[in-house]
Unconditional design. Structure first.
Length: 615
């Protein structure tokens, strides 16, 4: 037993004895004080160049450079290393090793140099900063510091649209002066400014001693910083499936908080599937009446509008996916009752194996004109709800020919249209669906907002095979989301053919893998190590949370911190490896925890206290 272990062991004994007595002596003065002072750590954290923060015994310090020593691991990480505690990594950063105490009540935002139209949104964005700073101290910053922190915001344009063209770059400078701390933010758009605010928040950490009075907590900001930053990829998405399981709004919002912390900008909302239809449509209330799991498992039109706004304040664009023509069933099964004929076929049919890829089956009925009228009404609701420029994900994956082939109404329709009766004929039918659906979307978008046709997203499928896609899907209109495994050539083939693409390699970036069948779990390191093409036609990637085997109970640990690893890959695409990233990801995990998320651990707590010692 070393001396330290002995000291610690005897303290534990002491603590145990005191604790036993506590039950009897709870009224006695002074006893709680005794307890709270019993446990004083014998260590501090030291910033070691090229390694990170190391737990160090402070009475045995081999060097006396106290500027490298910290009582708080979070504060150590904030100043240690080229990029401190920033996640995702900025393009360039110079961060001082000194910190200064601040208090959120003395934080001011100067909006004199922003277009007046953007003020309201910026005020909402700055409120999030205050909330996140308080969260570092669990809501209670007890150490009062009255030095004013003034954040001077400079935003050039009044354009508040979120699109692939949005300029998200920013510059952030922190300077400590005698009477105040000046923070200067320069950005083209409010979204660049929002990213700067997130980065500013990440230059702050709580100094809360992990001993004695737990209520003590102060905030430390680096005394100086100069950061220049912009994303590598335009499309940095997270897909959340809310059909296999309904995920409550509060959990979706928390997920968007996590995305904002990682500067991810696309919330891909897979909100309908054959399993359930929780998205309320005011024009077609039957969708939820027949398709929701319960009366409580519905996203009302009002909630959807609120979510879109909530996401916008966090720099996130909500992209609704209406999966079609496959992955549609429950919610569409009322046609006959209403005299519309079958809107969807094979719905909930059993045995399912020959008719769909997973139970319950269901595909839209392309032979029924009423189906297109209903789809059009749904599109109109969406066109009215989402901001411009509108981006709709039209689904388009996993059409099961067997289902359509087993439906006489459909095979008769094909004969009448003189489609062949082989696979090609069904491909024609499938392509015809997308053509008609796109026409309906274009027209409803025009009618709702007077806007010209916009690009839409579509999953890769049989229809998007390299030899086939150009016959059926125009590259001006369709952005293809490729979900093939990484060894598939499809992504590069489509890029070469000039299609805009987004990548979600299922064998790496599917968060549900490893929880069913023979799929393999990817840890954050594997997800982080995967790199994407660099090409003008290539927009970026997504990490995908399918929810067959998950509901809100396990959501956070399944998604975080792995989605954060993908977030940095998409924002910064760093050449440096996993090892250099880990201390910063540890900090990001702690940050997400403080903001109310429940991210999974990266490894043993000992490794978090000893950067670079667990490789
Ligand atoms: C620590 O400081 C003392 C006094 O300034 C000095 O003599 C000593 O060399 C320093 N130790 C190290 C390891 O730098
Ligand atoms: C302490 O270490 C920091 C970081 O390596 C260095 O910049 C600073 O000059 C050192 N201070 C002293 C007194 O050696
Ligand atoms: C459609 O079904 C018929 C009759 O069962 C079968 O002969 C044919 O091969 C099927 N076509 C396709 C493309 O699967």
């Amino acid at each position: 037993m070393t001396v330290l272990q002995f000291v610690m062991a005897s303290r534990w004994v002491l603590l145990a004895v005191v604790a036993v007595h506590l039950g009897h002596c709870i009224e006695e003065n002074g006893l709680t004080d005794t307890i709270s002072h019993v446990y004083e750590p014998t260590w501090m954290y030291k910033c070691v160049p090229d390694e990170g923060c190391q737990r160090t015994r402070h009475h045995q310090l081999s060097d006396n450079n106290t500027s490298l020593l910290f009582g708080s691991l979070d504060v150590c990480r904030t100043v240690c290393g080229r990029f401190g505690g920033l996640w995702p990594r900025p393009v360039t950063a110079a961060i001082s090793m000194q910190t200064v105490g601040i208090h959120p009540n003395y934080l001011r935002f100067d909006l004199a140099n922003v277009p007046v139209e953007t003020r309201e949104l910026l005020v909402e964005m700055t409120k999030v900063v205050g909330e996140n700073l308080f969260a570092e101290c669990d809501g209670d910053v007890t150490e009062m510091v009255e030095t004013p922190v003034i954040v001077f915001m400079n935003v050039k344009t009044d354009d508040m649209t979120l699109s692939w063209e949005t300029n998200e770059a920013y510059a952030l400078d922190v300077q400590t002066k005698e009477t105040q701390i000046a923070v200067h933010i320069h950005a083209e758009t409010v979204y660049g400014a929002r990213h700067a605010l997130e980065t500013f928040t990440q230059l702050v950490a709580a100094d809360k001693p992990d001993y004695s009075d737990q209520k003590k907590c102060g905030l430390q900001l680096v005394t100086g910083a100069k950061i220049r930053d912009r994303p590598v990829y335009k499309h940095r998405g997270l897909l959340l499936d809310c059909s296999r399981h309904f995920i409550p709004m509060v959990d979706i919002k928390r997920t968007i908080d996590g995305m904002a912390a990682n500067k991810m900008n696309i919330f891909h909302w897979h909100v309908t599937d054959s399993h359930s239809f929780p998205l309320e449509s005011t024009r077609v209330p039957q969708f939820t009446r027949y398709g929701a799991y319960s009366a409580n498992e519905i996203y009302s039109a009002e909630e959807v509008r609120e979510l879109i706004k909530y996401a916008q304040v966090r720099g996130v664009r909500v992209v609704i996916e209406i999966d079609a023509p496959a992955h549609a069933g429950n919610g569409w099964q009322w046609g006959k009752e209403y005299g519309f004929g079958e809107l969807a076929v094979c719905v909930n049919q059993w045995p399912w194996r020959h008719l769909c890829v997973e139970p319950p089956c269901g595909q839209l009925n392309p032979a029924n004109p009423a189906m297109y009228r209903v789809l059009r009404d749904l599109y109109r609701d969406i066109a009215e709800a989402i901001p411009q420029p509108a981006l709709l994900h039209m689904g388009g994956d996993e059409v099961c020919i067997e289902c359509w082939n087993a439906t006489e109404e459909i095979t008769n329709y094909m004969k009448q249209k003189k489609f062949e009766t082989n696979e090609n004929g069904f491909i024609e039918l499938w392509a015809e669906f997308h053509q008609k659906a796109l026409e309906a979307w274009d027209q409803e978008l025009e009618a709702a907002n007077g806007t010209p046709p916009q690009p839409v997203m579509l999953w890769s499928s049989e229809l998007t095979q390299a030899h086939r896609i150009q016959q059926h899907l125009s590259k001006e209109r369709y952005v293809i989301q490729v979900w093939e495994p990484i060894n598939s050539p499809l992504l590069n083939q489509l890029i070469k053919q000039g299609y805009r693409t987004v990548s979600v390699p299922k064998d790496i970036w599917y968060l549900d893998h490893g929880f069913w069948g023979t799929t393999k779990y990817s840890n954050w390191r594997r997800m982080y190590a995967h790199t994407l093409p660099r090409d003008d036609n290539f927009l970026g990637g997504e990490v995908a949370m399918w929810t067959e085997y998950l509901d809100e109970q396990g959501l956070d640990t399944r998604v975080w911190p792995r989605a954060a690893a993908v977030g940095e890959r998409l924002w910064a695409d760093p050449v440096s490896g996993v090892q250099g990233a880990e201390p910063r990801l540890q900090r990001q995990r702690a940050r997400l925890l403080s903001r109310g998320l429940r991210p999974d651990a990266l490894g043993p707590a000992w490794c978090a206290q000893h950067d670079a010692k667990c490789f």
